[in-house]
Design a protein around this ligand. Structure first.
Ligand SMILES: Nc1ncnc2c1ncn2[C@@H]1O[C@H](COP(=O)(O)OP(=O)(O)O)[C@@H](O)[C@H]1O
Ligand SMILES: [Mg+2]
Length: 322
C-alpha cells in the first residue's frame, strides 16, 4: 500500500527509520550527518516517502545498483538551471502539484548514492544528463553534488511493465489487444494520448516505440552512448512520452550503439511481445540488414529506412492520435 503524502523535513532525517534512506544499505550516523548537510546545500527541504519500491518499510521511487531514488521537495531557488515544474507539461501528478503548493517548493526525484557504490561522485552522471538535456532527452537536471542528483520527477511505468501491459496477449490483431484493465487505468492517469477520440492502443504503442528510437537516434547523432539501452527494462520510463533515465554508464568516448541496442531490445529481446503484437518484424532479414546498414552509416536516411521497414515512420503524435 502506498503511504499518503507526508513530507519528512530534513531536521528529522537523522532519526530512525529515515536515516536508512540517507545511507542505504549501511547505518552509519557519521555519513548520515554529512549527507544531511549535503542535502541542505542543494536546497532540499524534505523527502516525500512515496513510490513502489520499499527499503526498510519506507516507500521510495526506485532502487538501483548504485543509488536509491526518492521523491523530494526542493527550494524553488535551488535550481541550477532555473527550471521549474510550472512549465513541465507531463511529469507532475496532481498529488505532486498540490504538494508543491503546500510546501512552496519543487517536487523532484532525488538520487542518493548508495554507501556500497563504487562510484566516485555524481558528477559524471550529471554531465552526461546535462548533455542529453541539451537535445531534450532525459529528466531535466536540476541540481547535483557529490552524492546527490536532483532531477525532474517522471511519472510513468518502467519499460518492462509497459511490455507486460501492452504486449501481454500478443497475437490478437483487433487493435485493442494486449491491454489489461490495469493498463487502461494507467492510461487514464498518465496518458493523454489514449484519451483522445479514436486513438487506438496499437497507435499508442507505436508512438512510444518511435519516440524511444527517435531519442536514441538523437543521442547517436550527438555521440553520447547511453550504455544500458540493450537492457532498457528499467532505463526507460513511459509517461506522457518516453523518458530515457540513468546516464551513469554513459560516455562521449565510445562508439554509439543507442539505436541498435534499443532496436535489439524491442525487436529481439524482452520487448519482443510488443513487436510481435504490432507485427513489426514481418520482414526480419530486411530489418537485420537495415540495422547493419545503420550501424555502418548512422545518418538520418538510414534511420528513416529502418523506421519505414518497421512501419513506424509515420507514428508521430499528430498521425497516431488525431
Ligand atoms: N527521474 C526519475 N523520476 C522517477 N523515478 C526515477 C527517476 N530516476 C530514477 N527513478 C527510479 O529509480 C530507479 C533507480 O534509478 P537509476 O537511475 O536506474 O539508479 P542506478 O544508477 O543506481 O541504477 C529507476 O529504475 C526508477 O524506478
Ligand atoms: Mg540503473
Amino acid at each position: 500500500m502506498q503511504q499518503s503524502s507526508s513530507i519528512v523535513p530534513i531536521e528529522q532525517l537523522l532519526r530512525e527509520p529515515f536515516i536508512d534512506i540517507l545511507v542505504y544499505p549501511s547505518s552509519s550516523v557519521e555519513i548520515a550527518r554529512d549527507r544531511v548537510k549535503e542535502i541542505e546545500s542543494i536546497g532540499v527541504k524534505g523527502l516525500v516517502l512515496e513510490g513502489n519500491s520499499i527499503i526498510n518499510g519506507l516507500h521510495i521511487l526506485g532502487k538501483g545498483c548504485t543509488s536509491i531514488v526518492v521523491k523530494a521537495v526542493l527550494d524553488k531557488k535551488s535550481s541550477v538551471n532555473s527550471v521549474s515544474n510550472d512549465n513541465n507539461n507531463n511529469s507532475s501528478s496532481n498529488s505532486s502539484r498540490s504538494l508543491e503548493d503546500v510546501c512552496d517548493g519543487m517536487v523532484v526525484a532525488l538520487k542518493i548514492m548508495r554507501t556500497d557504490s563504487d562510484r566516485a561522485s555524481m558528477e559524471h552522471e550529471a554531465r552526461m544528463l546535462a548533455i542529453a538535456n541539451g537535445v531534450g532527452i532525459g529528466p531535466r537536471l536540476i541540481a547535483y553534488s557529490m552524492n546527490l542528483l536532483a532531477m525532474e520527477l517522471i511519472d510513468g511505468m518502467h519499460m518492462i511493465e509497459f511490455v507486460k501491459e501492452f504486449g501481454g496477449s500478443s497475437g490478437n490483431s483487433d487493435g485493442n489487444s494486449g491491454i489489461s484493465s490495469k493498463a487502461k487505468d494507467r492510461e487514464g492517469n498518465h496518458n493523454h494520448y489514449t484519451n483522445r477520440g479514436n486513438c487506438n492502443n496499437h497507435a499508442y504503442v507505436k508512438y512510444m516505440l518511435r519516440d524511444i528510437l527517435e531519442q536514441c537516434f538523437l543521442l547517436d547523432s550527438i555521440g553520447l552512448d547511453h550504455g544500458e539501452l540493450g537492457r532498457m527494462d528499467r532505463h526507460v520510463i513511459i509517461g506522457s512520452k518516453a523518458y530515457i533515465i540513468d546516464f551513469e554508464s554513459s560516455s562521449m568516448n565510445r562508439r554509439v550503439t543507442n539505436v541498435t541496442s534499443a532496436a535489439n531490445y524491442i525487436l529481439f529481446g524482452k520487448g519482443r511481445a510488443l513487436a510481435d503484437m504490432l507485427g513489426l518484424c514481418r520482414d526480419k532479414s530486411r530489418i537485420v540488414d537495415a540495422l547493419r546498414m545503420y550501424r555502418l552509416d548512422m545518418c538520418r536516411d538510414k534511420f528513416n529506412q529502418l523506421l519505414t521497414l518497421l512501419g513506424l515512420k509515420f507514428y508521430k503524435e499528430s498521425s497516431a492520435c488525431r
